[in-house]
Design a protein around this ligand. Structure first.
Ligand code: NAP
Length: 276
């Protein structure tokens, strides 16, 4: 079975839209961007489309790369204090003279949309209510939507970054899965992946997971986004694997669209809405 991320994203957006049908005002997000960067701009256009598709407010605030760190922190503070703003995104990477860490720390954790603020990361680690990073949340949402029970499942996550692998491993553990977190120092990776019920790949290398590394029972979730011969591809040899496993996400059309959609869930939660 090929998992249709676009269909899952569509369902989430419909639910989010219905949730806010009777709200007194719209949830609102502010994106802050310094200078110009084609991939960042493409991401922000997509964010704008996602917000507009559910009738949420989206504002882009653009500044020159010469903006100082103090000026940026003041802008963030003003947005923190604005009661009509529910989510703040500062587009990374930032120019070298600005500390990304100080910028992340400056965003009110209640207006954090990416779950990068250390307070949210700490709460997530402890299993408390927290804004969760969108990509791991998207993977968890796929399991929820497909009613895949994670209890006692043997799950291998490949990649241990702070934005994907690490928080995802914690989220899976809180669902009582047995999690193996693999990385570039893992010895004999295939011995782990072959016996896993679920394999989640977030490495950043095209065709990384191959047919010798999976089994018939595998559910394969491909988080990767790589450019290969001018095309967007994941980390999985999709054509080589798709007929050998139980379920698989494609790229494009798998985790990516769900990641965009779950950002709306984070925004709605900051806004104070509850989406059933
Ligand atoms: P990252 O920070 O570069 O981390 C990559 C991870 O892969 C690291 O933990 C690294 O191990 C591990 N790794 C590298 N080579 C390996 C190998 N040969 N064997 C085993 N593990 C290996 O990447 P990221 O930010 O997590 O992103 C991963 C991928 O997901 C990228 O393709 C990115 O574009 C994509 N992504 C997609 C979305 C989405 O919405 N779909 C969102 C975010 C990222 P070490 O820690 O040992 O170096």
């Amino acid at each position: 079975m090929i998992i249709d991320g676009r269909e899952i994203a569509k369902k989430i957006k419909e639910r989010v839209k219905n949730c806010c049908a009777n709200c007194t005002r719209k949830p609102s997000v502010v994106a802050i961007m310094l200078g110009e960067d084609p991939s960042a701009e493409a991401y922000l256009r997509m964010l704008e489309r996602t917000c507009k598709s559910v009738d949420f407010d989206y504002t882009l605030k653009r500044y020159e790369t010469s903006l100082t760190e103090a000026e940026l922190l003041k802008i963030i503070q003003e947005n923190n204090e604005d009661p009509l703003i529910d989510g703040i995104i500062v587009q990374m990477p930032l120019p070298g003279h600005i500390s990304e860490e100080r910028v992340i720390m400056a965003i009110d954790p209640k207006k954090d949309l990416d779950g990068f603020h250390p307070l949210n990361a700490g709460r997530l680690f402890k299993g408390e209510k927290a804004t969760r990073p969108c990509t791991p949340l998207a993977v968890m949402t796929i399991f929820d939507e497909l009613e895949i029970d994670l209890n006692g499942k043997d799950i291998v996550v490949i990649g241990r970054s702070n934005i994907v692998g690490k928080p995802l491993a914690v989220m899976l553990m809180h669902k009582n899965a047995t999690v193996t977190l693999c990385h570039s120092h893992t010895v004999d990776l295939a011995s782990h992946t072959k016996k896993a019920d679920i394999i989640i790949v977030a490495v950043g290398i095209a065709n990384f997971l191959t047919s010798e590394m999976v089994s018939e029972k595998s559910i394969v979730i491909d988080v990767g986004m790589n450019e290969l011969d001018g095309k967007l591809v994941g980390d999985v040899d999709f054509e080589g694997i798709k007929d050998q496993v139980q379920m698989i996400t494609p790229v494009p059309g798998g985790v990516g669209p769900v990641t965009n959609a779950v950002l709306l869930l984070n925004l709605l939660e900051n806004f104070g809405g509850i989406c059933q």
